[in-house]
Design a protein around this ligand. Structure first.
Ligand code: NAG
Ligand code: NAG
Ligand code: NAG
Ligand code: NAG
Ligand code: NAG
Ligand code: NAG
Length: 368
């Protein structure tokens, strides 16, 4: 990545390695923008460099750094950013992770825009060293996991936007570091309004936080209702269990050949501490059995918001025909996803015609 700070520090032009700024273009930009005086029409320089409000001469005016749409995969090193920057725009890039101290030293920064990236991991202390930050936009990323240590140091943050992420719940105390917060948006397509959000409702009331746009996505009975309009009695964890996300792959009927290997994946929102993912064939629980070639791998609590399990049957035998089921078990109830598997004996010279025409799976006549 390359970052070119301009002499008058009014703004800076950033580019990823992939995006070449050719020399002529650069020359023109320098001519237009580096010449001091009132900043020229900065918006003319490059489509993604926004117009700065200020004249670069004054030390007290707005300083804005726009690095949108630049295919950035990482945050720029904080020491490459002028430390008097007030606004840092990093939206519409491909940033996946925020490391501890990602913005360290930007002590005057007031606004940080990270929306429309691919952030799934934020380390504790990612926002350390931003004592002046007032607005933080993390919307439209893939954040499944938040906790109090992530927001450490943001004591002056006033507005936080977390909407469009993948979490279905928020852990108690997540916002405890944000002692100045006044406005919060946390709408997600997975937001599950249950007993686990009671603390948040109370906290919003106590702290008099303005909650913008945020509606429940689950359970169905509360879908579309503003979270702040819901009576606390309705935020329950009683049955029936509704999972904001629950997927079994393959999801459609499969036809496989004896001796093949078949991997199943099951992934569900993690909504209760006692949650388990179990596998069944025709109603009977499947246990790992190396001798039979049955392997089960469990990855507990990915992202704080997901639980996953993978079942692999190597060397499929005719006896494995039937309904294969992933069952999510909790004390709040169970839910299941099922897929039908048909095993064709490899010695079979022919198949019953209706069997062949019925399949939507991976059947290929070339095998016969
Ligand atoms: C900004 O950086 C310069 C040198 O790089 C340093 O002298 C100055 O103290 C820094 N200012 C702040 C507010 O950190
Ligand atoms: C969210 O980001 C993706 C790219 O990461 C983009 O395609 C999509 O339009 C964005 N959605 C919104 C609502 O901005
Ligand atoms: C993050 O970095 C700061 C200093 O840069 C350090 O004091 C702190 O212990 C680190 N935190 C973690 C969780 O690594
Ligand atoms: C939060 O971000 C989303 C998506 O970027 C946007 O639609 C919404 O208006 C923002 N909320 C606030 C309060 O600005
Ligand atoms: C979060 O979950 C998504 C979807 O399963 C996955 O792609 C990503 O790697 C996970 N991130 C972490 C940090 O576990
Ligand atoms: C969940 O499944 C177990 C068997 O795995 C069964 O004993 C139990 O009654 C089920 N609970 C609910 C609420 O359906």
């Amino acid at each position: 990545k390359m970052c070119i700070p301009f002499p008058n520090a009014a703004f800076c032009l950033c580019s990823s390695v992939k995006m070449r700024v050719d020399l002529l273009q650069l020359f023109v930009i320098l001519l237009l923008c580096g010449s001091g005086g009132d900043s020229a029409q900065l918006s003319d320089c490059k489509p993604n460099v926004e117009r700065s409000k200020s004249s670069g001469k004054s030390l007290t005016t707005d300083r804005k750094l726009v690095c949108s749409n630049m295919e950035l995969h990482q945050v720029l090193p904080p020491d490459s950013i002028p430390n008097r920057t007030l606004t840092l725009i990093l939206n519409n890039n491909k940033i996946q992770e925020l490391r501890n101290g990602s913005f360290f030293g930007l002590s005057t920064l007031e606004k940080l825009d990270l929306r429309n990236n691919m952030i799934s991991r934020i380390e504790p202390g990612a926002f350390l060293g931003l004592p002046s930050l007032k607005r933080l936009d993390l919307s439209n990323n893939s954040i499944g996991c938040l906790n109090v240590d992530i927001f450490k140091g943001l004591t002056n943050l006033i507005r936080l936007n977390l909407s469009g992420n993948i979490f279905s719940s928020l852990a108690q105390g997540t916002f405890d570091s944000l002692t100045s917060l006044k406005s919060l948006d946390f709408q997600t397509p997975y937001l599950l309004c249950d007993c686990n959000l009671l603390w948040l409702l109370r906290w919003i009331k106590d702290r008099n936080i303005a909650v913008k746009n945020t509606k429940c996505s689950y359970p169905q009975s509360l879908q579309g209702q503003f979270i702040t309009s819901i009576r606390p009695e309705l935020l329950t964890c009683d049955a029936p269990l509704e999972l904001p996300s629950f997927q079994l792959t393959p999801s459609q009927r499969q036809v496989v050949f004896q001796g093949d290997s078949l991997p199943f994946q099951c992934q569900a929102s993690f909504v209760a501490e006692d949650m388990q993912v179990l596998w069944y064939q025709n109603g009977r629980m499947v246990k790992p059995d190396a001798a039979q070639g049955i392997f089960i791998e469990k990855r507990m609590v990915q992202n704080c918001s997901l639980i996953a399990s993978a079942l692999t049957i190597s060397n499929i035998q005719p006896g494995f025909t039937g309904n294969w089921e992933c069952r999510v078990w909790t004390s709040r109830g169970n839910t299941t996803r099922t897929v039908h598997i048909v095993v064709l004996e490899s010695s079979a010279k022919y198949c019953a015609p209706e069997r062949v025409s019925n399949n939507k799976g991976e059947f290929r006549s070339g095998h016969f």
